[in-house]
Design a protein around this ligand. Structure first.
Ligand code: PLP
Length: 464
């Protein structure tokens, strides 16, 4: 007898009660396709001499396939990397106020570009213009997709076919593809580098300005530090020089917080308000770095320059949608009450969390982790750790934290990579970091309210 005749038919499998309930969950089209694929694979394998799977194992394959298809690609993870504003993990987690505002804007029509008072057409930037001006001291503001877009748009508007003077020490690359010289070129501006890597003086700038100069520009050294024998020209001196020559002085600030971080015991990070007060005519910064909001690029500055930028047809191509504006407005509102900002703004709350809280969490969660790693040749201990802010904010500063170090017993270092992969394979992936022979799990970004979920998630841990 042909062994393939033992293989259950597609129709028989589809009428199996277990498959019927999969169909109710995932839909007929998806399940039928998975059943056909499972039967075809089994037939292929049998032809190659492998044993035929029984109906139960075919159904298990279909169930696993359906679950995999139903799992979103963009899914929540536990960020235990120790980097709070982790670009690859979505940067700032949003506060509940912003989440509620996004849901409301997504659900219903909203006054995105509609003036409720007059019934006429409105401007989407007006949703946050007033707040941004109030919080930065600028005259006007506009919002685009991210800070890279903001820099691109300002260069393309103000410096097309003209020269932009920048210190050599500031020609930065931000992780991935954002390099200042490349953005300049694409925006149609000509970069004029002045000074040296470590030292730039006012006269370097004044000697470089010509009738073709469009602006003097400062780019904040957000992801590196130059130390030792260094000199950068203070912002107010650059502003004065630019204004003497009738030029704008523009700052790409990168990460822009709108509050004084020192008040929370964090190192000082320059703010757009300080830039504007020092005489900058235009400042660009990100919405999802230290500001703690959604991905966006914010431009604040003089009425005249912002108006020119908004008239550039590329503004339309780079603008943000209603969901971003809803979140941004809600986050900016929180800054009106700076006293409670560290309780209400999730990113700041995580950045200012005292070490003892992470240590207490580690003590509560140690049994669950030990239980998961029980059969593996590793030791787990609670250790002090140093978190970083991330996303190019305050690159050299570290925040005292606490968490777990998992170390192999003996010389079996391969086991750490297997555990790291198994943690990533959990229903809610756990992302740690391997450093110096240990797998480290920093608990700073695990909220107290998520601890039960974290422990339950670990129950699914499977490491071969
Ligand atoms: C992060 C950063 C950018 C890019 O901002 P995105 O919001 O990632 O587009 C540009 N310039 C500086 C100085 C930065 O730190």
């Amino acid at each position: 007898m042909n062994p393939l005749s033992q293989l259950p038919s597609v129709d028989r499998l589809l009428s199996d009660p277990a498959v019927v309930s999969l169909t109710e969950l995932h839909g007929r089209a998806v399940v039928t396709q998975l059943v056909r694929a499972a039967v075809a694979d089994a037939r292929e394998a049998a032809r190659a001499g492998l044993p035929l799977p029984d109906a139960a194992s075919l159904i298990a394959t279909v169930g696993a396939g359906a679950t995999a298809l139903a799992t979103p690609k963009l899914r929540p993870v536990f960020n235990l990397t120790g980097t709070v504003l982790h670009t690859n993990l979505g940067r700032a987690p949003l506060p509940e106020e912003a989440i509620a505002a996004m849901a409301a804007a997504a659900r219903s029509p909203c006054a995105l570009e509609y003036d409720i008072e007059t019934g006429g057409r409105g401007d989407r930037d007006d949703i946050v213009n007033e707040l941004l001006c109030e919080l930065t001291g600028a005259e006007a503001a506009t919002v685009v997709n991210n800070n890279a877009a903001a820099v691109f748009l300002l260069l393309n508007t103000l410096a097309l076919k003209k020269e932009v003077v920048v210190s050599r020490g500031e020609l930065i690359e931000i992780g991935g593809a954002f390099r200042v010289p490349d953005i300049m070129k694409r925006a149609g501006a000509k970069l004029v580098e002045v000074g040296t890597t470590n030292r730039t003086h006012l006269k370097d700038f004044s000697e470089a300005t010509t009738p073709r100069t469009a602006m003097l520009m400062k780019i904040h050294a957000s992801n590196y530090a130059i130390q030792g024998f260094t000199h950068a020209v203070p912002e107010d001196e650059l502003a004065a020089l630019a204004h003497e020559q009738g030029l704008p002085f523009v700052i790409d600030l990168g990460s822009g917080t709108l509050t004084d971080l020192e008040r929370w015991g964090l190192p000082h990070e320059p703010t757009p308000r300080e830039n504007i007060a020092a005489g900058a005519d235009l400042v660009s910064f990100s919405g999802d770095k230290l500001l703690g909001g959604p991905q966006a690029g914010l431009l604040v500055g003089s009425k005249d320059l912002i108006a020119r930028i908004k008239k550039n047809p590329l503004k339309r191509a780079l603008r943000v949608g209603k969901i971003t504006l809803a979140a941004l407005e809600a986050v900016l509102r929180l800054y009106r009450d700076p006293d409670r900002l560290n309780e209400r703004l999730t990113a700041l709350q995580q950045l200012t969390r005292p070490e003892f809280q992470m240590q207490a969490a580690a003590e509560r969660l140690l049994p669950a982790l030990q239980n998961a790693l029980d059969s593996l040749p590793v030791n787990v201990e609670i250790v002090p750790l140093l978190s970083q802010i991330g996303s190019g904010s305050l690159p050299v500063d570290r925040l005292p934290s606490s968490g777990f170090a998992i170390r192999p017993q003996g010389k079996k270092s391969g086991v750490l990579n297997r555990i790291e992969a198994a943690l990533r394979g959990l229903p809610r992936p756990v992302i740690g970091r391997i450093d110096n022979g240990a797998l480290l799990l920093d608990l700073r970004c695990l909220a107290a309210a998520e601890e039960a979920e974290f422990a339950a998630n670990l129950a699914g841990f499977l490491c071969s």
